[in-house]
Design a protein around this ligand. Structure first.
Ligand SMILES: Cc1cc2nc3c(=O)[nH]c(=O)nc-3n(C[C@H](O)[C@H](O)[C@H](O)COP(=O)(O)OP(=O)(O)OC[C@H]3O[C@@H](n4cnc5c(N)ncnc54)[C@H](O)[C@@H]3O)c2cc1C
Length: 326
């Protein structure tokens, strides 16, 4: 029996859902519905693209290694498709350090190194770190990388069209959202990110919305610079000579003006490694769906919400790590 699935949202969650559905069922067709072109909508369009298996406190994430392994075939499929289409590489760097800016972080990086030698190098003292920093010490995250998420998604969508000709299409939404329940023979997957929460039907999902902002600044040092994290991040981007800097700090009530935000992020992030204060800051912002904390950490929300209707959201701040696990 043939089945048609409409996936509402073509970000990390929606494209991963389409990838696995098409791969698992040879008779199934998929419509991806999104008001934005692939790579231009939602949190996926502004994600910093950092991928590593650790929690912010340096513990191994629940199923972190499995997620990393599950991501590899999707990265490879995207890569092959981008090569075919003449699009650039989406991995910006594989050199990423987790630093200890304060005493309390030293224990975190030390235990990362001791407990997970496949993923974290032995502890490196400041004097031996290969870049200027105010950090006390750090570890290199051996299986981490930084990717350009929009490029990755473009490649993944291209792969889907190439691997499953005539079985996948991308369309703009028509009619109201959420749509009426799908008829027999059809299934709906709701993967519209934070926009889901504008609608009563999804507002009870166990998640909150977290706004995040990053700043694009000129890089001062070598090109490409390493990715540096310690709650805050200083990451290279696919535009040579630029860094994306951000922190987990959230401005929930009233966002400060751009210059104030730029000063704040410069003060918070430049101890990782110095960079010049931005004269005219370029700010990107987005809202991610942060699932409620469980005893296993923050887990994605995936499951049925009605007959022939499913939701896939709540990828949190680790969307690239978590989206590929089926
Ligand atoms: C500033 C920032 C930095 C981040 N950095 C990282 C990082 O370094 N590493 C990491 O792993 N994660 C990071 N994240 C988190 C990551 O971006 C998210 O977890 C992930 O993008 C969520 O993917 P999603 O597909 O669930 O939602 P989204 O990416 O928000 O996608 C939702 C899609 O649905 C579409 N849509 C909206 N309304 C409708 C509708 N009515 N019908 C159909 N489609 C609709 C949107 O256009 C969009 O394309 C960051 C997030 C932010 C905000």
């Amino acid at each position: 029996m043939s089945l048609h699935v409409t996936v509402h949202g073509a970000g990390l969650a929606g494209l991963s859902a389409a990838y696995h559905l098409l791969r698992l069922s040879p008779s199934l067709t998929v419509s991806l519905v999104d008001p934005s072109p692939v790579g231009c909508g939602g949190a996926s369009a502004v994600a910093a693209g950092l991928v590593h298996p650790f929690s912010p406190k340096g513990k191994m994430s629940h199923r972190g290694e499995e997620c990393l392994a599950a991501l590899q075939p999707l990265l490879a499929a995207s890569e092959a498709a981008r090569k075919r289409e003449g699009l650039p590489e989406c991995t910006v760097t594989r050199v990423v350090y987790r630093l200890a800016l304060e005493e309390k972080h030293v224990a975190q990086v030390s235990s990362m190194a001791a407990a997970h030698p496949a993923h974290a190098s032995p502890l490196i003292e400041r004097a031996d770190l290969p870049f200027p920093t105010e950090a006390l010490c750090g570890v290199q995250l051996l299986t981490a990388r930084v990717i350009d998420v929009p490029l990755y998604l473009l490649g993944l969508y291209s792969h889907l069209r190439f691997a499953h000709p005539g079985r996948v299409e991308l369309a703009e939404p028509a009619g109201t959202f959420p749509p009426p329940p799908p008829p027999e023979g059809e299934v709906a997957v709701y993967a519209a990110g934070a926009d889901l929460f504008d609608h009563e039907r999804f507002s009870d999902l166990p998640a909150s919305l977290v706004r995040g902002r990053s700043l694009l600044v000129p890089a001062a040092g070598p090109d490409p610079p390493p990715g540096l994290i310690c709650g805050k991040y200083v990451l290279p981007t696919s535009s040579p000579g630029t860094l994306l800097v951000g922190s987990t700090h959230e401005y929930s009530a009233s966002p400060p003006p751009p210059s104030e935000l730029a000063d704040h992020l410069h003060a918070a992030c430049s101890p990782l490694s110095p960079f010049p204060p931005p004269a005219s800051p370029t700010i990107t912002e987005g809202t991610r769906v942060n699932p409620a904390r469980t005893s296993l950490g923050r887990l994605p929300i995936l499951g049925p919400i009605g007959a022939r209707e499913f939701v896939f959201t709540g990828l949190g701040g680790r969307g690239v790590l978590g989206h590929a696990l089926n």
